[in-house]
Design a protein around this ligand. Sequence first.
Ligand code: NDP
Length: 487
Amino acid sequence: MTTLPEVKLYIGGEYVDATSGQTFDNVNPATGEVICKVQIASDADVNRAIEAAKQAQKAWAKTTGAERGRILNRAVALIRERNQELSELEVLDTGKPLQEAVVADAASGADCIEYFAGAAALLKGDHYDLGGSFAYTRREPLGVCAGIGAWNYPIQIACWKSGPALACGNAMVYKPSEMTPLTAMKLAEIYTEAGLPAGLFNVVNGYGPVGAALSTHPDVDKVSLTGSVPTGKKVLQGASETLKHVTLELGGKSPLIVFADADLDNAVSAAMLANFYTQGEICSNGTRVFVEESVHNQFIEKLVSRTEKMKIGDPMDMETHVGSLISEDHMNKVLGYIEAGKKAGAQIATGGNRYTANGCDKGFYVEPTVFTQCGDEMDIVREEIFGPVMSVLTFKTEEEAVRRANDTDFGLAAGVFTKDIMRGHRVVAELEAGTCWINNYNLTPIEMPFGGYKHSGIGRENSQAAIEHYTQLKSVYVEMGDVDAPY
Ligand code: NDP
């Protein structure tokens, strides 16, 4: 059993006690045991963090991009050096397998900060020749940005938000999900150790009201949320009072379309990654797998046989493929969807149960589950489950596959498997989704913009596109002659 010291808040470059006097328990979902207590930020603490950010940001905005990049690159080196420690903390908090965490979580966070550290020195405006007079633009920071994170990729999300924010000359107040506060605190320590001036990255812990306080605060200029669609709507509404910039990375129910000519082994690999990586708790997962009818049986045979070989168990064991879901409530929600799928007439090809063998009885494990005989109208096909539950559907024509794939309010991601390059590009062009893959799934390299269409979000993270969302453009007209006035 691992017990850690009580988690405080991180404000002005140091740990501080919350003034609320309240705490909550942080639970290891793999064992159900309390890892530590976490202090809850009061409104006064949130105000204090925002004030610290506001003060620090003024000087930070005046540094050169190269200076900011140098500090951020030192943080990158520290994250990479401490990858093992950060990964283990992430596993304690999330229940995800360590074999994933050591390659995907802090590592992708470091890649992100490194990318924006490099981009900082390249920030620039444009010059417009106006025939004598001229105009230019300045790309300026927004000021104080609030980041609000989900629990599935805690340190990655904290880096995806703070990396571009800081590189562009902003300060950030970050609220991790209350279920996974540990690694954001470590990130704050690392930034300080790397030489980031105090107040530029602050962490306030707590439940939804702490996020709401940030997204409505008059001194916050931008809010970036990764979370569910209902929370996204609340954040957008809260931010509207003070017309903040808003980036929303929300949920999805993404389609993965497998044509008969596809390399089926690769398609099965992708479908498994798109549904069972991190126990299926990934926003962009391809949970509606549309398989062309003629290869359906072959696809299911390969899929079931490989899924049944996945090792469920202690997430700290490097051999484990499937860890614990985030909480008992969430496990019950996922199991509820599985029951609803059975009742609606879908067939379980494999999985379908809570997993309690091999010492997993105290944690919140669910077997990787594949449903066949699914209908488009079923809840398991329409709603985001956020667990290891794949719905396989069949189709006959390309037109039908595209129409049914688009028949959802979500639009985060989509995938297509085919060897026909014309079809691959044609289908992707028709799909209503912000992030698409041809012949792969769920890869999110930092160079590529990431974000959703429709109810899956607003704005983009990663790549040059994120720079647009953490800066504002000032246009400056410069008169080189006389003022031409008719009076
Ligand atoms: P939630 O929407 O429940 O929570 C997200 C964050 O918002 C948490 O920190 C939460 O705090 C906070 N929050 C809750 N209420 C409010 C409020 N009224 N105002 C401001 N902040 C608030 O999502 P989950 O944490 O359950 O994460 C799962 C969801 O996130 C899924 O829908 C998933 O698809 C989505 N997601 C999207 C990603 C993307 O990039 N598009 C990536 C990862 C996940 P607290 O936890 O304390 O309640």
